[in-house]
Design a protein around this ligand. Structure first.
Ligand code: XUL
Length: 475
């Protein structure tokens, strides 16, 4: 039987598992579960708890544990070759935090294989809800942390990102300030990734450098908690955080009770979990500097692997530690498909018509320009909504279609270069990557070949490949 590696992706809306056989280059199995369908009793449509305040984004952490448990039980029952798995790892939505009470380690150590782990861990959460990356409610805390650390540029140079509302540090500060009794009862704080790794390991597990760089708490050059950032965030925080480890760390074996429950080998290795973006980097095959991916979705993201750390200028974008070593610059533009669709609809076109319109105009669009900020833009940071045109007749369908795409690609090139993203080749993913004319403009503006890449499971596959890499390196 081949040696297999298992990778999970605990994303916002569900959990996916992939089984890979790397020497054969084969994806042996894929299993998925949506929280909505499988666990409606948690009352979290699309994985998020309803809230009266639209800025608040929270999820029930036990739902993630139960989903992981259900998925593994289903894999066992469907005869997935779990006994052939040598090592497993995972990817999780970044930034979310889990507040744990002092009884959590003992509860993990004494899990009963016959019962649901979520039920056994329930009494040991210090907070039933976890703030997640969709939370935008920490503006006041961001301002306080920013002021204490000398401004966004200083924080970006220290941690890899300016202070962001959804990042874990501001989230922890909000809870320490507004729920002091919860914070007092919190013995440990985990990320979604380290929380699920802890459940599978049967002991509290560390946070990896990749996901640790999404917290505004880690000194990205030293790969250690920053005492200044911790002090600016919340009192007595150091003792609540686990150690930091490299993403390719073999943490140990899976908890014996869970190996029995799921039919895994007792010596299955558990490799540190990481964030979904760092895992996607591996799953998309961006393991050499000079390769980058552009995902053309509702928002467009541009990320790649860079050897050197360049702090995000003007607080734009992020730099995470990359699992292959080095750094992962990432930019997220809000006006992606959002803007392309607006222009398409304004001129009564479908995607075929949009593509034909692009081809009708020459590269450079005869100097016609558009700033396509239909919604407030993230990059440049804080740019207010407002569409501006220069030398562009608003009624000219072809010129407007070409202008929006050229503007998007020029923004990627300019802002990407500032972060150290100057790729030799680009893998394009996401819905709009089916449009060859958009990819043509991408290749022209960014000055490199563009390949199409179907990557719906890149985070889960990346986690499985990380498990294989860490296990084989330690064998
Ligand atoms: C990255 C971010 C999201 C989450 C959810 O900074 O907030 O991509 O990781 O997937």
């Amino acid at each position: 039987m081949p040696r297999l590696y298992l990778g999970f992706d605990a994303s916002t809306q569900g959990i996916t598992a992939t089984l890979v056989d790397p020497p054969a280059g084969r994806l042996v199995g894929r299993y998925a579960l949506a929280y909505d369908e499988a666990l409606p009793e948690y009352g979290a449509p699309r994985g998020v708890l309803p809230s009266a305040d639209p800025a608040v984004g929270e999820a029930p952490p036990l739902m993630w544990v139960e989903a992981l448990d259900r998925l593994l039980l289903r894999m066992r029952d469907e005869g997935a070759p779990l006994a052939e798995v040598r090592a497993l790892s995972g990817s999780a939505q970044q930034h979310g935090s889990v507040f744990l009470g002092s009884g959590f380690p003992d509860a993990l150590a004494s899990l009963d294989p016959a019962r649901s782990p979520a039920d056994q861990l329930a009494p040991h959460l210090a907070r039933e809800r976890s703030p997640i990356w969709m939370d935008d409610s920490t503006g006041a805390e961001c301002a306080e942390i920013r002021a204490a650390l000398g401004g966004d540029a200083a924080v970006a140079a220290l941690t890899g990102s300016a202070v962001f509302e959804r990042f874990t540090g501001p989230q922890i500060r909000k809870i320490a300030k507004h729920e002091p009794e919860v914070y007092a009862q919190t013995a440990r704080i985990a990320l979604v990734s380290s929380f699920l790794a802890s459940v599978l390991g049967g002991r509290p597990e560390p946070i990896d450098y990749g996901d640790g760089s999404g917290m505004n708490l880690m000194d990205i050059r030293r790969r250690a908690w920053s005492p200044e950032a911790l002090a600016a965030t919340a009192p007595d925080l150091a003792r609540r955080l686990p150690p930091l480890v490299a993403p390719d760390t073999v943490l140990g074996r899976i908890a014996p009770a869970l190996a029995r429950r799921y039919g895994l080998r007792p010596n299955t290795a558990l490799v540190a979990w990481s964030g979904d973006n760092p895992c996607s980097l591996v799953g998309a095959g961006l393991t050499r500097p000079g390769l980058a991916a552009i995902s053309l979705g509702t928002s467009d993201t541009f990320f790649g692997l860079a050897e050197a750390f360049r702090p995000p200028a003007h607080g734009e974008g992020h730099v995470f530690c990359a699992p292959p070593g080095g750094f992962m610059p990432l930019l997220c533009f809000r006006n992606g498909s959002l803007a392309r669709e607006r222009v398409r609809d304004d001129h009564g076109l479908d995607w075929t018509g949009f593509e034909a319109a692009l081809a009708r105009r020459p590269a450079g669009n005869e100097g016609a320009l558009m700033l396509p900020w239909f919604a407030p833009e993230i990059v440049p940071r804080g740019a207010p909504a407002g569409v501006r045109r220069a030398g562009l007749d608003p009624a000219d369908a072809a010129a407007n279609c070409r202008a929006v795409v050229e503007a998007q690609m020029m923004a990627m090139r300019l802002h990407g270069e500032a972060l150290g993203l100057a790729p030799r080749a680009i893998y394009a993913t996401g819905g709009a990557s089916e449009n060859a004319s958009i990819l043509h403009i991408m290749a022209n503006v960014l000055g490199c070949p563009v390949h199409r890449f179907a990557s719906t499971d890149s985070a889960a596959v990346g986690a499985a490949l990380r498990a294989a890499h860490a296990w084989l390196a330690n064998e």
